[in-house]
Design a protein around this ligand. Structure first.
Ligand code: NDP
Length: 355
């Protein structure tokens, strides 16, 4: 049984929930940070703690304030810094996303460095910090690449700036840092929540898109992202490294194809028509999100997970499995209206998922 306690920031989040499951299942004690102890929805996490018999506690902190971070890291051997704003829409002021991401990261790292007990911080960055704004789209991007932040939307910018700030901070600190850079994270939900990374699946499965834009997504399963965090913490030579975590990149049309094959026979209607570039261009004149996506139209995201596979021994499940698990979970939690025989199934609860 490991003797360290691991601090997980942003315990209420989609990825953090699976990370807490991964830690508790493997015998680690977990302390999670939440913004408000009274209102945070953590029933699904308590259900996991009951199932695993693991030790779980919460502390109140915010990325926006210094208060509480000293107490949060106190006695912890490692930190998984996962919290960061993941906005559903493009904010009017980019600093709504960038400031908490960067300043929050520095707050976590400062507290970890001052604790005297924290050995390693595993930070959740993103392939968005790697793949954007490169002139040569045909090249496979590795951990040596950084997105050109000046040419990106506020969210990818926040991931670039926060990750760079973290590497700069640890450069002269006795603190180890590893970053996990996942692609689009899919897979099962642990509770009924509408997550932005699952929007692609929700919109396709609920037939909310008249046509499918030619956009490329590097898909990874949330369960494999949490596994990568644990391997990054446990592998001594991982210190000082970034790890891209994806299974493979898929066009949105191919994701729709997987959903059609699996859910079509069960009564779900998945769009198949392709949204041509010219129509997206017209839409982009009126819609900010489409405007930001326009530059990615027809551009394949090429990233390699080889380093994580070789150095961490990480083996992701197939993108197909993640897509289907995401679809099943959106239906079972009632986020996508059930069709056919699925209408007779009882909706899932957090306790069901933890079981
Ligand atoms: P969620 O939105 O589910 O989780 C985000 C977490 O961050 C929540 O716990 C949220 O708390 C917390 N948070 C946000 N802003 C603040 C703040 N100002 N102070 C304190 N806590 C805050 O997102 P995901 O689980 O999808 O993402 C988790 C991490 O993974 C992020 O760093 C994200 O950038 C990264 N990532 C996600 C990908 C994806 O496809 N989902 C892909 C690549 C990287 P609260 O519940 O209180 O809002």
């Amino acid at each position: 049984m490991p003797d360290g306690k691991v601090l997980v920031t942003g315990a209420t989040g989609f990825i953090a929930g699976h990370c807490i499951d991964e830690l508790l299942t493997h015998g680690y004690a977990v302390r999670g940070t939440v913004r408000d102890l009274e209102t945070a929805d953590v029933a699904h996490l308590w259900a996991i703690a009951r199932r695993t018999g693991g030790s779980l506690e919460f502390v109140e902190t915010s990325l926006d304030a210094d208060a509480g971070w000293g107490r949060a890291v106190d006695g912890c051997s490692d930190v998984w810094h996962i919290a960061s704003p993941v906005p559903a829409n493009v904010p009017k002021d980019e600093n709504e996303v960038i400031r908490p991401a960067v300043e929050g990261t520095l707050r976590v790292l400062r507290a970890a460095a001052a604790s005297g007990t924290v050995r390693r911080v595993v930070m959740t960055s993103s392939t968005d910090a790697i793949t954007y704004g490169h002139r040569r789209a045909d090249q496979v991007r590795t951990e040596a690449s950084w997105s050109n932040a000046g040419q990106t939307a506020p969210y990818p910018k926040s991931k670039v700036y926060a990750e760079k700030a973290a590497w700069e901070f640890v450069a002269d600190q006795p603190l180890e840092l590893v970053t996990i850079n996942p692609g689009l994270v899919l897979g099962p939900l642990l509770r009924r929540e509408q997550k932005i990374s699952m929007e692609v699946i929700r919109m396709l499965l609920a037939n909310k898109l008249p046509a499918i834009p030619r956009l490329s997504f590097p898909v990874v399963d949330v369960r494999d992202v949490s596994l990568a965090h644990r391997l990054a913490m446990e592998t001594p030579k991982a210190a000082g490294n970034r790890y891209i975590c994806v299974d493979k990149s898929m066009w949105m049309g191919d994701i729709a194809g997987v959903l059609h094959a699996e859910f079509g026979p069960r009564g779900y209607r998945i769009p198949a028509r392709v949204l041509p570039y010219w129509l997206m261009w017209v839409g982009a004149r009126f819609d900010k999100t489409m405007r930001l996506a326009l530059g990615n139209y027809g551009v394949p995201v090429r990233v390699s997970p080889d380093k994580a596979k070789q150095e961490l021994g990480w083996t992701p499940r197939s993108a197909r499995e993640s897509i289907i698990a995401a679809g099943e979970s959106l239906i079972r939690y009632g986020i996508v209206p059930p069709r056919g025989r699925d209408k007779d199934a009882n909706p899932l609860t957090a306790a069901d998922t933890a079981a």
